[in-house]
Design a protein around this ligand. Structure first.
Ligand code: HPA
Length: 283
């Protein structure tokens, strides 16, 4: 069904959810957004059904290298999941409503747990390239909020509380499971900037003074929208490089992608364990 662009966000999200359900038959309660270089996880799904974003009404396509641009429905050790293999970013020129539209559709599909992953620069010197950070909280330095504009109460309240954006229970689960796998995944604060340029050393210095541990250009809009709708959110950053000025070497996207590829096995094992253990019946 073609829906006019003037239709409400809610009815456009319903339309997208209908398409996803009819094309994939998914009954997933967990969805993942796979960040730069991390899309490989969806290649291992059982019974995978792939749906390009361009075939889902309201979804916009990713222009960033390393972001495949498909929704993949499948199973991980018998648990039904839905994954975005690649995300769209604010820096690509899309509005935050467009960037977060898939999350709205997921809610209407019955998703209640959202796992957001990203590639990020390490701001805290204790982090190392190739390590994982569990997001405990965020700093929104994008200069915009995805909830700006009319509010639809069917999604959530006008002034949502953000005291616990990232579920403590899920943070604990990641820390435990990574310990069991012999991976270090410490907790930390993720600062989101609009990009697309990487930061200056002075900006990284400022972010450190503001208690940021990692920096990136995504995740925060999706997390805010998911919490607006009462979803449980888990955020995991793959530290693909040390931030500007922390490391003396210039940052480039190839390095970001390569590190993502290098941690693939560890990342896959961790996500597998989280998916099979995450309680999804509580929201
Ligand atoms: N800064 C911002 N975004 C990033 C970085 C970084 O250093 N690395 C990966 N994404």
């Amino acid at each position: 069904m073609v829906e006019a662009a003037s239709a409400s966000l809610y009815s456009r999200a319903e339309n997208a959810a209908r398409t996803i359900r009819s094309r994939t038959g998914t009954d997933a309660r967990i969805a993942l957004v796979l960040g730069s270089g991390l899309g490989g996880f969806a290649e291992d799904f059982d019974e995978a059904v792939r749906l390009p974003y361009r075939e889902i009404p309201g979804f916009v396509s990713s222009t960033a290298q390393g972001h495949a641009g498909s929704l993949v429905a499948g199973k991980v050790d018998g648990v039904p999941v839905l994954a975005m293999q690649g995300r769209v970013h604010y820096y690509e020129g899309y509005s935050l409503e467009e960037v977060t539209f898939p999350i709205r559709a997921f809610k209407l599909l019955g998703i209640n747990t959202l796992i957001l992953t990203n590639a990020a620069g390490g701001v805290d010197v204790q982090l190392s390239q190739g390590s994982l950070m569990v997001i405990s909280d965020h700093l929104n330095f994008m200069g915009v909020n995805p909830l700006r504009g009319p509010n639809d109460e069917r999604f959530g309240p006008r002034f949502p509380d953000l005291t616990e954006v990232y579920s403590r229970e899920l943070q604990e689960l990641v820390v435990e499971e990574s310990r069991a796998l012999g991976i270090t995944a410490r907790r930390g604060v993720y600062a989101a900037l609009a990009g697309p340029s990487y930061e200056t050393p002075a900006e990284i210095h400022m972010l450190r003074a503001f208690a940021a541990d990692a920096v990136g250009m995504s995740t925060v809009p999706e997390a805010i929208v998911a919490r607006h709708m009462g979803m449980k959110v888990l955020g995991i950053s793959c530290i693909t490089n040390m931030a500007a000025g922390i490391s003396a070497t210039p940052i480039n996207h190839e390095e970001v992608m390569e590190t993502g590829e290098r941690v693939r096995e560890m990342f896959t094992q961790l996500l597998r364990r989280i998916i099979t253990k995450a309680p999804t019946s509580l929201t």
